[in-house]
Every structure is written in C-alpha cells, then in structure tokens.
Write a protein that binds this ligand. Structure first.
Ligand SMILES: NC(=O)c1ccc[n+]([C@@H]2O[C@H](COP(=O)([O-])OP(=O)(O)OC[C@H]3O[C@@H](n4cnc5c(N)ncnc54)[C@H](OP(=O)(O)O)[C@@H]3O)[C@@H](O)[C@H]2O)c1
Length: 324
C-alpha cells in the first residue's frame, strides 16, 4: 500500500458527489475543502447551520467551487439522521463518497435523544443508520467509497463492547466508552464489507482509518480526565495538524490505489509511526495498521450488527433494517 500519499495526490473529483460528516471543523473541514478544490460536489453534513455556513462560504471562496452545501445532521438524534438521508435521497444525486468523520471523545455521560449513551450514539449508531440508509445510492453510484474514521483508541476497551451496560451512568468510563465506539467503527466496516461481498457487490470500498493524534477540538473533554503532564507531552511532541491528519482519510476516500489494490474492510492505522515519536510522528503513509483482537472478532462484528439493527428497529418508527 502507498507509502507517500499526500494531499497533492488527491485525484480530480469532478462529477463526484461526496458527503462528509462533521465537516465544519477539524479534519472534516480539511477533507471538505480538498474535495471541493478537486471539483467534487460536497455536502457538509453537520448539526448546526450557523457554524457550518461560514465554513461553506470560506470553502467556496478559497476553492472557487460553488457546489458546496449544508446537509443538516445531528447524530445524537436518529430522527435527524433519517431526515438527513431523506433530504439527500430527494436530490436524486449519485453518491461516490460517504466520509463518516464526525465524532466525540471522552465526553461526560449523557444520553442521546433516543436514550443511547452519547459517544456510542454519535460515533457508531448514528453513522450506522446514515450509511445503511444511503447504501443503495452508494451501490448504484459504484465505484464508490465509505470511509469510517475510527481511532487507535479502539484498543481502549474493557470487557469488549459492553453493550449490556451501555446506558448505565454508574458503569460509565469516558475513555472506555470512546474506545468501544471506535472498536464498533472497525467491526461495522468489517461486517459491512462481508455483507457486500456476500451480495456480490465488488466496487463499494469500505474502510476505516486512524488519522494520528491530531490537534483539533476533539480533545476538549480530555483535559478534564488527563493529567496535565500527559496532555502537555501529547500537545508538544505527538500532535500533528488537521491537514496532516486528514491525509489518511483522503487516501482511503480518493486514491486510485484503493481500487487498483482492492483495499477493503481494513483499518488503515499507522500505529507504528505514532510510537516512533522522534521528534514527531511522520506524515501518515496509508499503511495497513494493527487492530486489536476484539476488532478482528467476526462473532463480535455479527453481534454488533444484530444489536444495532434491533436497536434501530426499536427506536426508529418504520425502520425495517438495512437493505443488505
Ligand atoms: N483528533 C484526533 O487526535 C483523532 C484521533 C483519532 C481519531 N479521530 C477521529 O477523527 C474524527 C474527526 O475528529 P476531529 O479530530 O477532526 O474532531 P473535531 O475537530 O472535534 O470535529 C468533530 C466533528 O464532529 C462533529 N460532531 C460531533 N457531534 C456531532 C453530532 N451529534 N452530529 C453531527 N456532528 C457532530 C463536530 O460538530 P460540532 O462542531 O457541531 O461539534 C465536528 O464537526 C473523529 O471521528 C475522531 O474520533 C481523531
């Protein structure tokens, strides 16, 4: 797999339609900007218009591309996710890239509008619903890509996914909750890939990535739970910029190599580079990474899929399950 992919290597994206979740800031904003610069029609799927519209104006002005739009999406509300998918479907456009980038990390315990622990709801359940609702369009638009932004943090789990205690505030640990939600991202990618293969769909490429330790607002809750010397060390020696962090997203989202080398169902981590912090980790190089045993557990992936579908059937009126 590629060793030296950079943002400059992103190919021309004219006539491609892309949805990027959480695109009003951080790495999502970088990706939306790069995709627009390369000519794509880009939807910024975000929860607040007042935060997103100035970003859209900025992207239009810096890239000269007018096909940049707001798509309302609050992953903490399954009704909002359904409405987002319906709004997109009503446009009758193809969809070549769904970049599931939005996320929260180590936030204090809270429940989503549907009564689900908020990190799991945002990082996994909302994105599962969005992806499966848009899957038929992605299949019809193939070759197409789904990129699910996971994290090396998927290794921070205690007792697997902990689905039985998911919504119990007394059993809540903000870091285990993050780790479990990011483990769920990888299990979802692997199970979706398996299901697409079983259906004979060969050209919808689904992958997950770990972007590195990136200086973004994602760390806003971490300060409360991380000793200062660790936080300072991470900031000074480990953090990379959102522009560098977005390289791995963009590799999986756009590099022709993904199709040429049939890269699918993978977590494209660069863990080994993060550990090589001398003086800072190098630019992510889109090399396959190391995932935990739990992330490789096929049975756990099947269980998570079944649990998520059952939960959605219970919480979303009229939901009959994914079309796959
Ligand atoms: N930064 C890192 O070191 C790092 C490391 C590994 C993995 N990641 C992953 O990378 C992805 C991007 O993170 P980032 O570092 O770029 O973080 P960020 O700058 O905090 O951006 C996160 C984005 O997610 C959006 N979001 C949060 N909750 C949402 C909701 N309920 N509905 C819709 N959008 C929501 C945020 O929107 P608002 O502005 O409205 O909150 C924001 O646009 C995340 O999935 C994260 O887990 C990051």
């Amino acid at each position: 797999m590629g060793q030296s992919f950079s943002i400059e290597d992103v190919p021309d994206m004219t006539d491609k339609v892309c949805v990027v979740t959480g695109a009003n800031t951080g790495m999502g904003k970088v990706c939306a900007t790069v995709l627009a610069k390369k000519g794509a029609h880009v939807f910024l799927a975000c929860r607040t218009a007042f935060k997103t519209n100035p970003v859209i104006a900025e992207i239009k002005s810096t890239t000269g591309n007018d096909k940049v739009e707001f798509l309302e999406l609050d992953l903490l509300s399954l009704a909002s996710v359904t409405s987002c998918a319906e709004t997109f479907k009503a446009r009758k456009l193809p969809l070549h890239l769904l970049l599931n980038n939005a996320g929260v990390m180590a936030s204090p315990f809270s429940l989503s509008a549907d009564g689900l622990e908020s990190q799991f709801a945002t990082n996994h359940v909302g994105h599962f619903l969005l992806t499966t609702q848009l899957l038929s369009i992605l299949e019809a638009s193939a070759p197409s890509r789904i990129v699910v932004v996971s994290s090396m943090g998927h290794i921070i789990t205690y007792g697997g996914l902990g689905l039985e205690d998911l919504n119990d505030p007394n059993k809540y640990n903000p870091w285990f909750a993050y780790g479990r939600s990011k483990l769920a991202n990888i299990l979802f990618v692997r199970e979706l890939t398996k299901k697409l293969e079983a259906k004979g769909v060969k050209n919808v490429y689904v992958n997950a990535n770990h972007p590195g330790f990136v200086a973004t607002d994602l760390h806003r809750h971490a300060e409360a739970t991380t000793p200062k010397f660790i936080a300072d060390f991470v900031t000074n020696y480990i953090h990379i910029s959102p522009e560098v962090g977005a390289v791995t997203h963009m590799y999986l989202a756009t590099s022709p190599e993904v199709e040429e080398k049939d890269i699918r169902g993978q977590d494209d981590s660069h863990l080994f580079r993060i550990l090589a912090i001398s003086p800072r980790p190098q630019v992510p190089t889109a090399k396959p990474g190391h995932i935990s045993w739990a992330a490789r557990d096929d049975k756990l992936a099947e269980e998570l899929w079944a649990w998520t579908v059952n939960t959605l059937k219970e919480k979303v009126p009229g939901y009959s399950g994914p079309t796959i």
